[in-house]
Structure formats: structure tokens, C-alpha cells
Design a protein around this ligand. Structure first.
Ligand code: PLP
Length: 406
């Protein structure tokens, strides 16, 4: 007979977990994902993975590579021809010279690069400064090795560009590094050159390493131009540049990223990298070569589509009484919920229940994200129109109008 009073006992495995894993497991999972799974026909504007296909010539190169036998390990640092193509791209597009044999490491997505970098820099108790709101994989990676992310608040009033003095105020003897994620997830801001130069001066003054996560570099709009941190005067030797193919070439599922950094750093992380994944998938590396060496109008097409989607969505939000930060890059829209007076988690839950539209609460991106939410524009304009229509009918939005009228 089943004993309903039995409380599930943790397995011996669960009681042997490391402190770091316990800490990360103790973080509450996103309850909205469970809820979304129970509802029908949810419009998911949630993950950073748009619907657009990988351009055909890149897919063809990946298929060809499979036929040609690229089904084995590659060198730990990556296929030499990919390292070469990355070095040429960095020289021509970003204005920084890297030695393809010694200063480039191809990773299994930029995500592995983030983890490797944290593991390589942080001793237990060490800190890394990260402008907030932020991409929280940095926190989990830092915590896994006993380090800690110190969030540096930014605000919509400053267009989410970090204030150098706020960075400087938080530097302690344990601060090892500063993360510069520009263009930025989740807000879509781009740091102006002047700010980058001020951050470079701080890095030099306080002997900090700069982790420049440039994964959204090609998805900028209008006048906004991305400048690589390593290209700033004197910065190459203290910058670890992280980049990848997921966003610019719609290649999230191929899992190819890279680190460009001075040779002593690349050499130092080789063994750990080998331990993690040995190498990125060989055929995907060949596809990445095609992405870099093939026609680039596919990137311009993506940017045009994302810009159209953003303009459409922001206009729709404004028509129903919400506002948003005008993104300078990416495919995200950072929705301003302050007019609702609700916490972002409550707003997003109600929106999901009442409109079947899933966006992520800003609080999920750190304390400075409260009062906002991230919509990832991963669906065509017609579906975004449907999302706005549904939102307009949701009680949580209609209340806004009633309040405005009363
Ligand atoms: N860095 C940032 C800022 C991101 O937003 C993401 C993914 O969303 C990554 C790194 C990881 O990207 P990849 O798909 O290359 O692992």
C-alpha cells in the first residue's frame, strides 16, 4: 500500500552536492516557464533565440562538412582555418591584431567562454563588477568557482550606460575584473566611445581585467557603432574578448563562440577547456568559417528585420499605455512597467495568464531590472501584432487605462 505520509528523502547524491551547486540549485527556477507549459498557444517573447533560420550558405557549409568527414575532434583551440578567419575579422572589423595560432580559442558557444573566463580569473572570494541589469550566467559561473558578481546599477535615465564613478566606488582589493557587455542584453544599449575610454582608464588605474562580451556587436541600429574594447589604446593586454556566432548569424544551435586574448591567457585555459568540452563541434566550426568568409548581407537583413520588429512592438506598447527603452542594438525590447505600479514578476505572470504572452521579468536580470521586463522579439511582425492585441485586452493593461482616466 502507498504510504502518503512518506516524505521524499534526498538521495545520497543530493546530500553530497558541492556548496557551489547547492547555491545555484537554491535559486528559484523561473515559475513562468512552468505556467507557460500548461497554457495553450503562448506567444513566447522569452529566450534570446529568434525564429530566423541560419542563412542557407552557412547551413550548406555545415552539411558539406559532415559529408567531408568533419565528425571528429578538432584541435583544442579550434580548426586553424576558423582561428585564421576570426583573426582576420578582428583585424579588419575591430581593428585589433590577434595571432590566430596563439591568441584565439574557439569555444562551444560564448557561454563556455564566459564559464572558462570566470574559472580562469576568480579565486574564492574574488569579485567581478557587472553593470546591472545583466545577463545572469555571469553570476552562476562566478559562483561555481567561489567568486562573486558585484552588480553596478545602471538606470534608464542614463540609457543604461554605466557611470564610471559607480564602477570605481565598488572596487575592493578582491576586484579582479570588470565585464563590459556592449551591445547589452537585456536593455539593448550600446556604450559610447567616451564611456569605454573612461572604463579603460579605470581598468588601468586599478589593474583590472576587462571581459568584453561582444556577442551582439553586429546587431546595432542607425548611428550606434560598436567599438571593441581591446582596440582601445593599451587595452589589448588586459582585455578578454568574448564573441560568437549565435546572434549575428542566427546560429544559436550550432554552438560556436570564441575568446580572443593575449597568448598567456589562451595557453593557461587550454587544459581546462579540454576538460570541459575538448572542442566545439567540427562541422559547426566549418559552418562558422562560411559565416565569416561568406557574404555579409545576411547580417544586414537580420538587423533590418530586428529593427522593424522593435519599432513595431514599441509603437504597439505605446498605443496600449506602456513605454520602452529605445534599443540601440539587439533584438530585445526593455519594457517599462513602472506605470503599472506592479512588481515585474507579478506583471509578467498576469500577462501570461491573461494574454498568453510570455516576457521575462526585469528582476530576473538583477535588482536594477525591477520595474521593467525583457521582450525578446523572436517571432514575425504578424505574431507581434497578435501579442499586442492580446495585451490590449488583458486586465493588467486595461486597469492602466482606467487608472489614467480616474
Ligand atoms: N553573452 C551574452 C551577453 C548573451 O546574451 C549570451 C546568450 O544569450 C551569451 C553570452 C551566450 O551565447 P552563445 O549562444 O554563444 O553561447
Amino acid at each position: 500500500m502507498r504510504d502518503d505520509t512518506t516524505v521524499a528523502r534526498p538521495t545520497p547524491i543530493a546530500t553530497h552536492l558541492s556548496a557551489a551547486i547547492r547555491r545555484s540549485a537554491a535559486r528559484p527556477p523561473n515559475p513562468l516557464l512552468d505556467l507557460a507549459g500548461q497554457l495553450a498557444d503562448v506567444i513566447r517573447l522569452s529566450r534570446g533565440d529568434p525564429d530566423l533560420p541560419t542563412p542557407a550558405h552557412i547551413v550548406a557549409a555545415g552539411k558539406r562538412a559532415l559529408d567531408e568527414g568533419y565528425t571528429h575532434y578538432t584541435p583544442v583551440n579550434g580548426l586553424p582555418e576558423l582561428c585564421q578567419a576570426i583573426a582576420e575579422k578582428l583585424a579588419h572589423q575591430n581593428g585589433v591584431e590577434f595571432d590566430p595560432d596563439r591568441e584565439i580559442l574557439v569555444t562551444t558557444g560564448a557561454q563556455e567562454a564566459v564559464f572558462l573566463t570566470m574559472a580562469a580569473l576568480l579565486d574564492p572570494g574574488d569579485e567581478i563588477l557587472v553593470p546591472d541589469p545583466h545577463y545572469t550566467s555571469y553570476d552562476l559561473a562566478a559562483e561555481a568557482v567561489g567568486g562573486r558578481v558585484v552588480p553596478v546599477p545602471t538606470s534608464i535615465g542614463d540609457a543604461y550606460v554605466v557611470r564610471p564613478e559607480e564602477i570605481e566606488r565598488r572596487i575592493t582589493p578582491r576586484t579582479k575584473a570588470l565585464a563590459v557587455i556592449s551591445p547589452h542584453n537585456p536593455t539593448g544599449t550600446v556604450y559610447p566611445l567616451e564611456t569605454l575610454q573612461q572604463l579603460a582608464a579605470i581598468a588601468e588605474r586599478h589593474d583590472l581585467i576587462v571581459i568584453a562580451d561582444e556577442i551582439y556587436e553586429l546587431l546595432t541600429f542607425g548611428e550606434n557603432r560598436h567599438v571593441s574594447f581591446a582596440a582601445l589604446s593599451g587595452m589589448k593586454e588586459r582585455t578578454i574578448t568574448i564573441n560568437g556566432f549565435s546572434k549575428a548569424y542566427a546560429m544559436t544551435g550550432w554552438r560556436v563562440g570564441y575568446i580572443a586574448a593575449p597568448t598567456d591567457f589562451i595557453a593557461a585555459i587550454g587544459a581546462l577547456r579540454h576538460t570541459l568540452t575538448i572542442c566545439a563541434p567540427a562541422f559547426a566550426q566549418k559552418a562558422a568559417v562560411a559565416a565569416l568568409t561568406g557574404p555579409q548581407d545576411c547580417v544586414r537583413d537580420l538587423v533590418r528585420i530586428y529593427a522593424e520588429r522593435q519599432q513595431f512592438f514599441i509603437k504597439g506598447l505605446r498605443a496600449i499605455g506602456l513605454d520602452a527603452f529605445e534599443p540601440r542594438a539587439t533584438f530585445y525590447v526593455w519594457v517599462d512597467l513602472r506605470a503599472t505600479g506592479l512588481r515585474s514578476s507579478e506583471f509578467c505572470e498576469r500577462l501570461l495568464r491573461e494574454a498568453r504572452v510570455l516576457i521575462y521579468p526585469g528582476s530576473q536580470f538583477g535588482q536594477a531590472g525591477e520595474g521593467f521586463a525583457r521582450a525578446s522579439l523572436t517571432v514575425p511582425v504578424e505574431r507581434l501584432a497578435e501579442a499586442i492585441d492580446r495585451m490590449a485586452e488583458a486586465k493588467v493593461i486595461r486597469q492602466l487605462h482606467q487608472e489614467a482616466m480616474s
